[in-house]
Design a protein around this ligand. Sequence first.
Ligand SMILES: Nc1ncnc2c1ncn2[C@@H]1O[C@H](COP(=O)(O)OP(=O)(O)OP(=O)(O)O)[C@@H](O)[C@H]1O
Ligand SMILES: [Mg+2]
Length: 171
Amino acid sequence: MANGLTYIRRTNSVEATKQLAATLAPYVHPGDVIVLEGDLGAGKTQFTQGFAAALDIETPVTSPTFNILLSYYHGRVPLHHMDLYRLDDAAQLEDIGYYELIDGDSDGVAFVEWAEKFPESLPCDYLEVVIRRDPADENARQVRVHSFGPRSRQLLCVWAKDSKSRLQKTA
Ligand SMILES: Nc1ncnc2c1ncn2[C@@H]1O[C@H](COP(=O)(O)OP(=O)(O)OP(=O)(O)O)[C@@H](O)[C@H]1O
Ligand SMILES: [Mg+2]
């Protein structure tokens, strides 16, 4: 956690989660990696859909749980959406081209669900978005964002300054 920034936001609906993700889209560059953490059904894919819509990706963004990797090339920046839930072994990451997509030189931005299954294979620089349910409200989520590495710190700084994101700095 050293040198990272942490911001937090509560969303009260699916649309609010998508809108928050949409406010990140203007600031991403090819090579950026967004790691999405949270339980099954937390909202990781909904977040990705809101982001994709803001990149003007018109193809419907569906969950890559079965395909593992789905790429979209027709938006402002290519989007590589991965879901590692069904992988059993880190060796399978090579088969899907994971390392090329997260090494910073990729042609697009990578969104990775269930990356925490393979902590030793996380990139050195990434933005972590943790989505938690609210036990008191089934339509509410806590979205906590933390930067790991200099590029993601810079990305989080500009995103949090966007007044529409309404991200709040936390310790
Ligand atoms: N505030 C909210 N933000 C996001 N999703 C919400 C919210 N409130 C309710 N939901 C519901 O939670 C579900 C989130 O599903 P989603 O597929 O995005 O989860 P996921 O984290 O990608 O799960 P998985 O690990 O299975 O891929 C959807 O059914 C959505 O309608
Ligand atoms: Mg999902």
